[in-house]
Design a protein. Structure first.
Length: 94
C-alpha cells in the first residue's frame, strides 16, 4: 500500500521510511490539480525531472510508462486571462 500525500512538495518534505517502496501524490502543486501520480523508490538520483528526494534523502521517480504533463507542473490554463507557460513542464516530461 503506497503512502499518500496531497502534493509532490508534501512528499518531498516528509522523511519517508526506507522500507516504503511506493507513494502516491494527489496533485503536483495542490490536491486535485491533475498532477496526481504514483512514485517508486529508486537507489539514486535518476537524473530527470520526474524524480525527487524526500527529506531523509530517499529518491523517488514516477512509476509507469505513461506520464502526465501535469505531474511535472503543467497547469493547463491556456484559456485564463494570464496563462502560465507550460513549456518547461512539457519539456521535463519528454
Amino acid at each position: 500500500m503506497p503512502y499518500d500525500f496531497e502534493t509532490r512538495s508534501a512528499a518531498q518534505a516528509s522523511a519517508i521510511p526506507s522500507t516504503q517502496q511506493t507513494l502516491h501524490v494527489g496533485g503536483y502543486a495542490r490536491l486535485g490539480d491533475g498532477g496526481d501520480a504514483f512514485y517508486q523508490r529508486v537507489n539514486a538520483d535518476p537524473g530527470h525531472r520526474g524524480a525527487f528526494a524526500d527529506a531523509s534523502g530517499g529518491w523517488w521517480e514516477i512509476a509507469g510508462d505513461e506520464v502526465n504533463v501535469a505531474s511535472f507542473g503543467a497547469v493547463r490554463n491556456g484559456d485564463s486571462p494570464s496563462p502560465t507557460s507550460d513549456t518547461a513542464a512539457i519539456q521535463d516530461a519528454i
